[in-house]
Design a protein around this ligand. Structure first.
Ligand SMILES: *Cc1c(COP(=O)(O)O)cnc(C)c1O
Length: 442
């Protein structure tokens, strides 16, 4: 299929746009001037059920929604459009809103960028001991944009907010110097937006015998959902599958980290053929998704999704909580409700689906899982544990927060039992700002 992209500049040309009212089109324009917007013909023709718009989950997942801006910001932007403000004025107002929406959650830029021979390794993140993230410069785009994307600043004009690396020797040298690194996760954007030729420049060095510490190469991608032709009919789809085979022949695990947010995404013939091709090339497809209001906040949807994935030989991996960035207020589900949805879905599927862990928050200290609601000596509390930690010793240590049915992020939570902090609070501050605490140890 010929790829056709639609953005804020030309979305009115999308054949299905004629089914939207002028008010809906204008709202897309207004909100799409703040949040990135891009959709393609496969999403529009095969995934969105236009008879169910505006409630259709795939429509909400790809088209900017009025409520994604808080009323004050919506009114300010709408006013600019109504009064015919020029592009610069709209752009500046949009940037002001963006900067208030926590564009780099969890301190990624400040705290996760490693230093190698005195220089910041841009486009690399090393937060958890075994795994580094690689953000190829040419992979900072996607076949379509998710409205809820926590990497949304990668696709705005805000250059200073972008994370990107070139394929370079320093990355290999850093990995060689850190034998504890076993996994490289190539992410974005979507690295599979790159031509195979370009992707090879990042992957080939990782296969060299000097980097024998690397056991797994992971590719984080949404291409299966948004453009399965990448594996079927695109010019270099055959070379891409051959690259996958080469990774396997080098003796490394190839983890294809796919994101599926709704069962609809698993139902087209194209996605099923693509899944089979990727698996034939030797990759293991693991699946993850955030839990999203208006899209998948229902245990039946999750159970169906995991079951379909297992039928397709995919392995459910993570259920995430919507991160505290962008339009979190629109998509988020309270932590307690998220745990209930997870539990109910988990209880209704067989053990083969129960490889999935969650609901999990990717936040400053680590990946924090909500494990339940408990009554401990008369106090109602929320149970938590880390699945990943900035300090690996924190992982799997149970801890507790005061019950709060409205909390949507760990920063909303207070330690239970009258404690001043969580068990990791002080150590986290030391890790993030060692200078400030030096004297305390003398
Ligand atoms: C989630 C994540 C990883 C990978 O964690 P796994 O539990 O090994 O899948 C690595 N780095 C960062 C920054 C992450 O958020």
């Amino acid at each position: 299929m010929q790829y056709k992209a639609y953005t804020i500049a030309n979305f009115r040309n999308l054949p299905q746009a004629s089914s939207l009212s002028e008010e809906q089109l204008r709202d897309i324009e207004i909100v799409g001037s703040v949040f990135p917007f891009r959709v393609n013909n496969y999403v529009a023709d095969r995934l969105i059920d236009w008879s169910r718009v505006p409630e259709d989950p795939m429509f909400i997942a790809t088209f900017p929604q009025k409520e994604m801006l808080v009323p004050k910001d919506y009114r300010a932007m709408a006013q600019l459009f109504q009064t015919g403000a020029d592009r610069d004025a709209i752009h500046n107002a949009a940037n002001q809103i963006r900067l208030r929406l926590n564009p780099h959650p969890a301190g990624q830029q400040e705290y996760n960028t490693p230093i190698f021979e005195g220089k910041h390794l841009n486009g690399v993140q090393h937060k958890y001991r075994q795994t580094i993230l690689l953000f190829p410069q040419h992979g900072q785009n996607c076949h379509a944009f998710c409205t809820f994307c926590f990497r949304w600043p990668q696709f705005t004009g805000l250059e200073e907010l972008k994370i990107a690396s070139s394929a370079n020797h320093d990355i290999s040298a850093y990995i060689a110097k850190h034998p504890e690194i076993t996994d490289v996760l190539i992410t974005g954007g979507d690295p599979l937006i790159m031509k195979t030729r370009m992707l090879e420049k990042y992957i080939e060095p990782l296969l060299s015998p000097e980097l024998s510490n690397i056991r797994a190469i992971r590719i984080g991608t949404r291409t299966l959902t948004y453009w399965p032709y990448r594996f079927l009919t695109d010019d270099d789809s055959g070379e891409l599958l051959k690259l996958f085979q080469r990774i396997r022949k080098s003796g490394k695990h190839l983890a294809f980290m796919a994101q599926f947010n709704h069962p609809v995404e698993l139902e087209t013939d194209e996605v099923r053929e693509a899944i089979a091709k990727i698996q034939d090339a030797g990759a293991i497809i693991r699946t993850q998704s955030p839990l999203l209001r208006h899209i998948n906040a229902d245990p039946h949807i999750w159970a169906e999704m995991w079951q379909k994935q297992v039928s397709l030989n995919c392995i459910p991996y993570y259920m995430f909580i919507a991160r505290n960035t962008g339009a979190q207020h629109y998509f988020s589900v309270p932590l307690v409700e998220a745990w209930q949805i997870y539990k109910q879905a988990y209880q209704s599927v067989s053990g083969l689906c129960r490889t999935v862990r969650g609901p999990s928050m990717s936040c400053l200290p680590g990946k924090i899982q909500v494990t339940g609601v408990h009554d401990v000596c008369g106090e109602k509390v929320i149970g938590l544990q880390m699945l990943q930690g900035r300090n690996p010793d924190w992982v799997r240590r149970p801890f507790f927060a005061e019950y709060d049915g409205n909390a949507t992020w760990y920063t909303d939570l207070k330690p239970a039992f009258g404690e001043k902090g969580f068990f990791f609070t002080e150590e986290l501050e030391q890790i993030l700002d060692p200078g400030e605490f030096e004297t305390g140890f003398e």
